[in-house]
Design a protein. Sequence first.
Length: 166
Amino acid sequence: MGQVLVLNASYEPLNITTWRRAMVMMLKGKAEGLEHDPNHCVRADLLVPTVIRLRQFVRVPFRQLPLTRRNLFQRDNHCCQYCGSRSDQLSIDHVIPRSRGGSDTWENVTTACLRCNVRKGNRTPQEANMPLRRVPRRPLSSLSFEATRQIHSGRRSEWAKYVIGA
């Protein structure tokens, strides 16, 4: 058993909750189960959901994901964007160095291992002949981070049709 993807009435992902909370929402009639785990049941006639949809639309104000070290590493999958290593010693690299007017924005920062960061130094990736594996972009939301990670790990493949970019 585990986590459950919660969708708005419009099938837009809202959050991830526990299976117990999802069951309570379903029993109260606030949500309906769309996908279920065939290996786990609460009773003989009641399967544990993996995806639920709210019956009433919930208006959620748009909030951009803040640029933090944790969010940046999660966006880049804890992987150096120059060499692809998954070293424990990851750092933040500015694509256009701050000394050259580069800013602290999602589009200008990336994850790099210490070796690549030192090698690149005060140059752009083109000048250092170190192409980026992925162009840095602002992520959609923290929910898409977690949901995409669960989908790609193989634990929640049934979430893929509900999460954009998975």
